[in-house]
Design a protein around this ligand. Sequence first.
Ligand SMILES: [Zn+2]
Length: 286
Amino acid sequence: MLRRSLFKKPNLRLEGQENTPPGDRIPVFECPQCRNKQEQPALEESLFLCARCGYHYKITARQRLGMMLDEGSFREMGARIASKDPLQFPGYQEKLKQAREQSGEKEAVITGTGSILGRPCAVFAMEHQFMMGSMGAAVGEKLTRLFERALDKCLPVVGFTVSGGARVQEGILSLMQMAKVSGAVRQHADAGLLYIAVLCDATTGGVAASFAMQADIILAEPGALIGFAGPRVIEQTTRQKLPEGFQRAEFQLDKGFVGKIVKRPEQRALLGLLLKMHTGGKDERV
Ligand SMILES: [Zn+2]
């Protein structure tokens, strides 16, 4: 059964959204790149791309799933799995509470099964409004279970990554998720099953250094920041000026880390085609 909230207009405050004056019902967004202003219906129509410069606005995980999956096909998994505070890290409980209020989600990743253009798949999307999509024990557990389910059901996995990396408040337990999820990805790969990752802005740290880069096919959204340590940290450490566009998707395409950059409105068709190519099927047109 489709979760109604999947297609519901979020009550969340999205990137670039201006304060809507009283009486004015249509929210207006300002592009962070070129300052172009657009009303929400026009932006929704273009899947949250700026009409002037093509900037890809940051969207929520549920918006992304709603755009990519066949309507009504999504079945969520592990919706009740949520991080506790295993190290009793100062202020973490409060941060979790704020993240849940801000994002409307229990954790920084949503997992489940669905279909894209009629092709069944396991799917995950990370939520940037939940502590920058950081990976703690709950995120690792949800992803591991997803790959294990996909292995069990012989399903390909399609994942949308957005993450600041490991969640510092969970210390070593957070870092351990890199190995745990990587193990599940490997088992899935060893069975000959397909994994496609779409790297979105920003995919960094322990997530970039594990399952984001372990996909068979690595796609990226235009302009997405992709890397391990951020440019500022690298500049401060190496004391060298970094080249223009360092760690952006276009830079990583040039360096061979990314297979193809795909604009958001073209992603669903490409994912459907890739799933069809790798899972067989003669019943539909390419
Ligand atoms: Zn713009």
